[in-house]
Design a protein around this ligand. Structure first.
Ligand SMILES: [Mn+2]
Length: 370
């Protein structure tokens, strides 16, 4: 996944982090005794990938050690161009990787089954989870349904025929046909319904800002009790992601607020793996605005990314009284400053903006000369 705002070396570090988190699952699986891992779709960003992305990803999965089951989702469906049927994938597929490439039952071991609902195109015309549950074998087994896409309970959309209906899933759970539903598509960890058996684990590494994706960076350890006939499940959260994409909403009305913002940014840990979007509102003087820009520019070098979220900022810049009186100007320059200050305070937004920029430049030049 490419994040357009990650410049320079930040994007390759982010891509590497996303692979490292996958490779690191091996240690977690060993530590927790996990028997196998399922990835509920969108393993890959698309079916059109650099060969190196496929090779490196498979290498990361190879290192996990335990069996890993990959479900094709809407980003990487099992269509004619599928990454899963490519020569490269077939040649480099590690022994511990199984692609859930048909709808229905895959046996993990006797008495333990995965019920898979893979995507075959980007636009299915039916609820694939319901289809996968039709015609389950009439034999006792612990069953994990692995499916991908939106659920009607969370994202009702009468025009989406592929929406997964929660009702039939909960019925199948109560009947004991299946015992857990591992969903993919949401990047944020999300429990669905009240059974405690239906979850989106979310993406193991953050992929978007916190307003869109409040709780990413986890994997879920699902412990199914083999011996109890009801096969109760315990779901435990493990944080594995190391990056953060955060939005800071702050009111900026003077030097004090700028100083506080600087302290707050200084106190953020792991800056190299932190992306910060600033949503600032308020009114600043021209020199205060210049100080703010300077702060963001300097701190920006320490973070994976740091900048103002322009479309959501509402920062007025008004020349403060006396802000330009002690710059040591004389003659026509004083008249020019007075004119710029008047324009900067005027109701014409475009002219005011230009005048504010000119005043900010003037301040920088004057301070530089001093
Ligand atoms: Mn998806």
């Amino acid at each position: 996944m490419t994040r357009h705002f990650l410049a320079g070396e930040a994007q390759p570090r982010y891509s590497a982090a996303r692979r490292d988190v996958v490779a690191g699952l091996g240690a977690l699986a060993a530590q927790t005794g996990a028997e196998f891992i399922v990835v509920s779709g969108d393993v890959f960003e698309s079916n059109q990938l650099d060969a190196s992305v496929v090779s490196k990803s498979l290498e990361a999965i190879r290192g996990i050690g335990v069996p890993v089951y990959l479900l094709p989702g809407n980003h990487d469906p099992l269509d004619a161009a599928s990454v899963y049927t490519s020569g490269l994938f077939s040649a480099e597929r590690p022994d511990n990787v199984t692609v859930l490439d048909r709808s229905g039952v895959f046996e993990v071991r006797p008495g333990l089954q995965i019920v898979a609902a893979p995507w075959r195109s980007k636009r299915p015309t039916a609820d694939l989870a319901a289809a996968a549950l039709a015609g389950l074998p009439d034999e006792p087994a612990v069953r994990i349904l692995v499916a991908h896409g939106g659920v009607d309970r969370l994202d009702p959309d009468p025009n989406n025929p592929a929406l997964i209906r929660l009702g039939p899933l909960e019925d199948a759970l109560s009947r004991g046909d299946i015992h857990y539903v591992a969903l993919g598509d949401k990047h944020s960890r999300t429990r669905v319904g009240d059974s405690g058996r239906v979850w989106y684990s979310g993406a193991p590494e953050v992929t978007n800002f916190d307003d869109i994706e409040p709780d990413p960076g986890h994997v879920l350890l699902v412990d199914v009790d083999d011996d109890d006939p009801a096969h109760p499940v315990a779901v435990t959260n493990h944080r594995v992601g190391s990056w953060r994409f955060i939005t800071l909403r702050r009111e900026m009305d003077g030097v004090r607020d700028i100083t506080d913002l600087g302290i707050e940014l200084d106190n953020l840990a792991d800056k190299e793996r932190t992306v910060v979007r600033l949503e600032l509102t308020g009114t600043l003087g021209v020199s205060e605005r210049a100080d703010l820009d300077d702060l963001v520019y300097r701190r920006g070098r320490l973070f994976a990314w740091l900048d103002l979220w322009d479309t959501h900022c509402d920062l007025a810049v008004l020349p403060a009284d006396g802000e330009f009186s002690d710059l040591g100007f004389g003659g026509f320059a004083v008249d020019a400053v007075d004119e710029l200050v008047a324009t900067a305070r005027s109701g014409d937004p475009a002219a005011a903006h230009t005048a504010q920029g000119a005043l900010a430049l003037l301040l920088r030049l004057a301070k530089g000369a001093a």
